[in-house]
Design a protein around this ligand. Structure first.
Ligand code: IMP
Ligand code: MG
Length: 178
């Protein structure tokens, strides 16, 4: 698969050490609080799996699946919930775990949607942040890495549902999607 990858941005070791730092910070910030992690399927799965192991305070977890309509050049802003939570989040300290914040549309919708269920607080942990692509305001409290505007794959990130299993994050060669 490496021949489809133009450049490896974050290898396993880099990901592991940054996620360790974030886990430590979350453990500190949420000590004594009822922490509820929400992973956004499917891109957050590797990040969630590694992050939760670095959190050393009691917490619970759940997953949601969403799909956003529209293509990358013009986002409709409509997000559809494909799988909702199994548990109530009222009075819980919610932390949404996501692979990447791009336009911000998905997370903006999700945060507003979940706020309606009266959590004690709601924050975002995103492994990657493509700040220059932002269309709506989203503030992630925890960010792994700032990334430039390239199409990235691996460690949960896909192109046409492939490459999620790569243990590193890389830039996909243009010829694959052109
Ligand atoms: P947003 O609503 O535009 O912020 O969409 C975020 C979602 O778009 C992420 O959860 C990813 O599924 C997808 N996405 C954005 N940028 C990339 C990328 O570079 N590679 C793969 N998926 C991406
Ligand atoms: Mg996604």
């Amino acid at each position: 698969m490496r021949e489809d990858i133009k450049e490896v941005l974050f290898d396993e070791q880099k990901l592991r050490s940054r996620i360790k730092e974030i886990g430590k910070q979350i453990s500190k910030d949420y000590a004594g609080k009822d922490l509820f992690l929400i992973g956004v399927l499917k891109g957050s799965v590797p990040f969630m799996a590694d992050l939760m192991k670095e959190i050393d305070i009691p917490c619970t977890m759940d997953f949601m699946a969403v799909s956003s309509y529209g293509n990358s050049s013009k986002t409709s802003g409509v997000v559809r919930i494909l799988k909702d939570l199994d548990f109530e989040i009222e009075d819980k300290h919610v932390l949404i775990v996501e692979d990447i914040v791009d336009s911000g549309v998905t997370l903006r919708y999700l945060v507003d949607y979940l706020k309606g269920r009266k959590p004690a607080s709601i924050e975002i942990a995103a492994l990657l942040n493509k700040h220059e692509r932002r269309m709506v305001e989203v503030n992630a409290k925890y960010i792994g890495f700032e990334v430039p505007d390239y199409f990235l794959v691996g460690y949960g990130l896909d192109y046409a549902e492939k490459y999620r299993n790569l243990p590193y994050i890389g830039i996909l060669k243009e010829k694959i999607y052109e």
